[in-house]
Design a protein around this ligand. Sequence first.
Ligand SMILES: Nc1ncnc2c1ncn2[C@@H]1O[C@H](COP(=O)(O)OP(=O)(O)OP(=O)(O)O)[C@@H](O)[C@H]1O
Ligand SMILES: [Mg+2]
Length: 282
Amino acid sequence: MEKNNKATSEEHDDILDIEIDKEFDTNIDEIQKRKIDAKRIKKIDQSKKRATIESVFDERTIFNLSKLLKNGPLERVEGVISAGKEANIYLAYDLNGKEVALKIYKIDSNTSKWMRNYIIGDPRFKKIPRNISKVIFLWASKEFKNLKRAYKVGLSVPNPIYVKDNILIMDYIGFESIPAPILKDIKSPKEPIKLMKEILGFIKQLYQKAKLVHGDLSEFNILYHNQKPVIIDISQAVSIHHPKSEVYLVRDIKNIFKYFEKLGIETLDPKEFYYEVIKTDN
Ligand SMILES: Nc1ncnc2c1ncn2[C@@H]1O[C@H](COP(=O)(O)OP(=O)(O)OP(=O)(O)O)[C@@H](O)[C@H]1O
Ligand SMILES: [Mg+2]
């Protein structure tokens, strides 16, 4: 088991050479995702666009939601914050009238196929369900567990509140009804060097303390709130013992460095930072 995770330094160098030195395209997931998108575009005609937003509300989801509204922890569900490929996010209120973020995953066979990449090989998930809904439910519970693990060690992620089937409730990041923007939409963040250090600190702590690798870290999955980063969308995060965790870690580092380089910030040597992150792994 441990063997998978303990690549020799030569193997690490190989990974870095592929991922950093050459622009070798290892973004298999991205390619797969794009293919899935293309497939989906063909399937959905304009008249069915609305259905994309509404597609999360299958009978079971409506039933589960109505129970949450009847018995708590929800008081009401307000508008949609984001309607994406894998999930919709809604602003909702708990019984104390406090905002919460409600994430509802779509039951989709293409998505469930892609998700398997991140579940197979993770020692936390021994049995992989064949049923599409069950893969999505596992995915939602994976995001809940990952958030909890990161939150517990003091990292800047939304505190997870509740999960059932394809429904996840977590802390809402924003001011009243205005959700925090993603970093991508911030023209010039204040004190970018400090911000970069905070994000790199997140990568390091997530690896060393929570024993996880985010796997989809970029300016698209970081909220900018009170001039601080809050990391979201942690569902695909894998255990550091996952066979591809090193590849995902290098990709995360690369994405973050690229973002700050575009802002004109001098970044560290990615290899050096990579070794700094993995050094206490045992
Ligand atoms: N806890 C939160 N508080 C406020 N806004 C949030 C929260 N979580 C997510 N959002 C908003 O919803 C958007 C989508 O969330 P997230 O990245 O978790 O979903 P996703 O899996 O990427 O969905 P998709 O890939 O299908 O778009 C985010 O970019 C952000 O704007
Ligand atoms: Mg996202």
